[in-house]
Design a protein around this ligand. Structure first.
Ligand code: ATP
Length: 364
């Protein structure tokens, strides 16, 4: 006998969420489903509505349109206290007059010994045992955010909400904490939604990224999908770097760029005879050690190089491709092998499978 598959109820299901602030529409018809144990990042530029969405999930912002279900329970109109979550804000938001132990224990109920035990467990969990008698001002920013995390997790909520928790910290602490938060989240298997405007943070931490722009969701996908198959020009530009090439389609998957004919990735369906805009990531363009006149290759002139730690970012002008200035990424080893100076010519190649377009507005 055929059985219906048992579909797990999502930990959180948002449907048709919209939000107006007076005449201003901050969110438009948001649908999002988050599974148990998932780490989801809401990513987008300032003002795109990500914090508003997180605050609506927390019940800190009224939801007048749409529905919010937590494990199937309708919490659309529930007060924050009636919902089951812990939250960490950007600024540490610890009570300055309470020591670390009392800060973490703040939301805990029950017997004193149980609370003590739970706080000890949490201090161990965040790697700060022994600091319980200190006051927030005596801790570094990174330590304070770890305490805020312990406080949010104290009651073992089924949902952890993080509102730009790392953005006030310096770069080194931020990178370290990224890793720690992710490891802790996986260990506890706590469903987590984090707001960030930092693409690296989203790419390194999230199981799925929700890219938002002007109150709408542009794309939902794994970090690889978002980076490798962006669904719109906005996503392609916001996550990672892009070269944009103005060409004319001479076939559904071929274009004329300057004096050259180039093939694009196989899944394209370009508007034949019309102008179209193509994109390629800087790291997808190849630098060749020797020149051979082949299709998809041309000689470019190195205009400028910039060392960015482990890589070089190059600017290369290609006359044969209509004078387009390409941004190309090269490793130290490549640069050492190529032995090229600014102003010199270098063979470059565009692999056909890497050239894509959003012309027609479709995700290709
Ligand atoms: N209480 C409010 N009243 C009026 N407008 C608001 C209110 N809260 C947010 N907004 C507006 O809604 C838009 C979305 O704000 P939101 O804080 O959600 O953006 P964000 O993507 O989190 O950006 P940021 O990272 O800058 O906080 C902004 O234009 C903001 O000015």
């Amino acid at each position: 006998m055929m059985r219906e598959p048992i579909l797990a109820v999502p930990e959180l299901a948002l449907s048709g969420i919209s939000k107006q602030f007076g005449a201003f529409t901050a969110l438009k018809n948001i649908d999002l489903s988050v599974n148990k144990g998932e780490f989801v990042c809401l990513l987008g530029p300032s003002g795109c509505g990500k914090t508003t969405l997180l605050r609506m999930i927390a019940g800190l912002e009224r939801c007048e349109q749409g529905q919010i279900l937590q494990t199937g329970r309708d919490i659309t109109r529930a007060s924050p206290a009636q919902r089951d979550y812990g939250i960490v804000f950007q600024s540490y938001a610890l009570f300055p007059n309470l020591n670390i132990r009392d800060n973490i224990a703040y939301g805990l109920k029950g017997r004193q010994e149980d609370k003590q035990r739970r706080v000890d467990e949490l201090l161990e969990l965040i790697g700060l045992p022994g600091l319980d008698r200190k006051y927030p001002a005596q801790l570094s920013g990174g330590q304070q955010q770890r305490v805020a995390l312990a406080r949010a997790l104290a009651t073992s909520p089924s949902l952890l909400l993080l509102d730009e928790p790392l953005s006030a910290l310096d770069a080194q602490v931020r990178e370290h904490l990224r890793f720690e938060i992710k490891a802790l989240q996986q260990r506890l298997n706590v469903t987590t939604i984090m707001v960030t405007h930092d693409q690296d943070e989203a790419l390194t931490m999230a199981d799925r990224i929700v890219v938002m722009n002007h109150g709408v969701i542009e794309q939902i996908g794994t970090p690889e999908q978002i980076y490798q198959q962006p669904a719109s020009r906005f996503v392609a530009d916001f996550v990672g770097h892009c070269n944009w090439l103005n060409a004319t389609a001479n076939g559904p998957r071929s274009v004329t760029l300057g004096q050259a004919e180039l093939l694009t990735s196989p899944e394209q369906n370009l508007p034949v005879g019309k102008p179209c805009e193509l994109f390629i990531r800087p790291e997808d363009i190849e630098l060749l050690p020797t020149w051979a006149a082949e299709s998809h290759t041309a000689l470019g002139k190195l205009l400028h190089r910039e060392l960015i730690g482990s890589i070089y970012r190059l600017r290369v002008a290609v006359a044969q491709w209509g004078g387009v200035e390409l941004q190309i990424v090269a490793t130290h080893r490549e640069m050492a092998n190529l032995r090229i100076d600014d102003g010199q010519l270098i063979p470059v190649r565009i692999p056909p499978g890497r050239l894509r377009s959003f012309t027609n507005g479709a995700a290709l």
